[in-house]
Write a protein that binds this ligand. Structure first.
Ligand code: ZN
Length: 415
């Protein structure tokens, strides 16, 4: 059993320990210590990373109360240039060897900010909406929280305000293992029935635990069964924001960000909004209006373009010397119109339009008073074309060169 140094003190960054076992398994070379400050993957949160004796810790997992640190000798270390390169074997870490571990603190602290922010969010949502947290995922790719209920835009703003208000109150975090008797007296959030000692993470202040706000809403801080490291007090979360929310499995999935991660997200958003507003010569706060205006102009231009293309294709069809057209690109409705116009001029032929190029292949439309399905089955067997349609008109696509298509038409004398 590994002693969990992170369990009651989330701020242990470095530690000394003794190797109890090491072995390779499907996840890599694993090192078991008598004690650790590395948080293993669990409760929806990815594991810590860091270093042990100059080896990079890439993953940490818990199995039967034993915490396994997967280490690698193949990658460069961040601040220690004496990275090991030899192959890891059981002899590298004999039982009893003293080692020194260092958690990647920047990453760990940022995750503590996200996770504590999530507790305030879930606690507020449960107290004020009655919805349960049904899923939580925290990794480098982002933080998502699922609820079994839905929210309006104004609910989201109200929740953000309440969580940020709690953050500013600098509410302390208490982590403790209550006795079974104490636990039976406590109300706390939990996703599942728990066996054995229950670790409680509580954001709580003695006076006042509840607060009446202007709109008479009751804010309760949070008490939850949880295995992860948390910040000392809410002020360390910094700032909380719901980045997006969407319907998910009958409820809602929110993407949230706090503290340092939120700052990075905001920088990316600002860069994008500033870029868009410069391109459109509008103020950043009018970027969305500018894009809408641009989209309207684009739609009007496209409408005009299709109208002009239709007129040109009609003229082309009226003057074509053959019932076969090749076009680089065109609107499908316009192509259909052109093929119909060809069919009036060449009533005894298969009238075709092939749209595309040799590299990407061609989409085609064929119209005729003859059976177009016969034409299609020949195209299928000779050129591996695919498509469908009726006796009088077919459409499909073919991955062949223009030369091969023209040879097919000429050789088969299908025209
Ligand atoms: Zn938690």
């Amino acid at each position: 059993m590994t002693e969990k140094l992170y369990d009651l003190d989330s701020y242990v960054r470095e530690f000394d320990a003794v190797v109890t076992a090491c072995r390779s398994d499907k996840n890599g070379f694993g090192l078991v210590l008598d004690r650790t400050a590395f948080f293993p993957e669990g409760g929806g949160q990815s594991s810590d990373i860091g270093e042990i004796d100059g080896y990079r810790v890439t993953d940490v997992r818990i199995k039967d109360n034993e915490i396994i640190h997967y280490i690698s000798s193949a990658q460069e270390l961040t601040d220690d240039k004496t990275a090991h390169t030899e192959e890891l074997t059981e002899k590298s870490f004999p039982a009893g060897k003293a080692v020194h571990g260092k958690v990647n603190w920047e990453k760990r602290f940022e995750r503590m900010q996200q996770h504590s922010g999530e507790h305030l969010l879930s606690g507020y949502v449960f107290s004020n909406f009655g919805y349960h947290n049904t899923g939580f995922h925290l990794s480098d790719n982002g933080t998502t929280v699922d609820f079994d209920g839905t929210f309006t835009e104004s609910d989201i703003e109200r929740i953000e305000d309440a969580v940020n208000r709690t953050i500013l109150r600098n509410v302390p975090c208490h982590i403790f293992y209550p006795s079974p008797e104490e636990l039976s007296q406590l109300t706390y959030r939990s996703k599942k029935e728990l066996e054995g000692p229950v670790r409680i993470v509580e954001f709580y202040e003695d006076v006042p635990f509840t607060e009446r706000t202007d709109d008479n809403e009751v804010i309760l801080y949070d008490r939850c069964a949880c295995c992860a490291p948390h910040v000392r007090s809410t002020i360390e979360i910094g700032l909380f924001k719901i980045l997006s929310f969407e319907h998910f499995k009958g409820g809602t999935r929110m993407e949230i960000a706090c503290g340092g991660r939120l700052l990075r997200e905001m920088r990316v958003m600002q860069e994008n909004v500033t870029g868009i507003s410069r391109l459109l010569s509008v103020k950043p706060e009018n970027a969305a209006k500018g894009v809408l205006k641009l989209n309207d102009s684009f739609k009007a231009l496209k409408f005009n373009y299709i109208r002009i293309e239709r007129e040109l294709l009609d003229i082309t069809a009226q003057h074509a010397g053959s019932p076969v057209l090749f076009l680089e690109s065109a609107d499908t409705a316009n192509v259909r119109m052109a093929v119909n116009a060809l069919a009036l001029r060449f009533p005894d032929d298969y009238c075709c339009a092939f749209v595309g190029n040799d590299e990407k292949g061609y989409n085609f439309i064929v119209a005729s008073s003859k059976d177009c399905n016969e034409f299609l089955s020949l195209m299928r067997s000779e050129l591996s074309a695919s498509g469908g349609g009726s006796r009088s008109m077919i459409q499909g696509n073919v991955k062949a060169t223009r030369e091969a298509i023209e040879a097919f038409i000429l050789n088969r004398k299908v025209i």
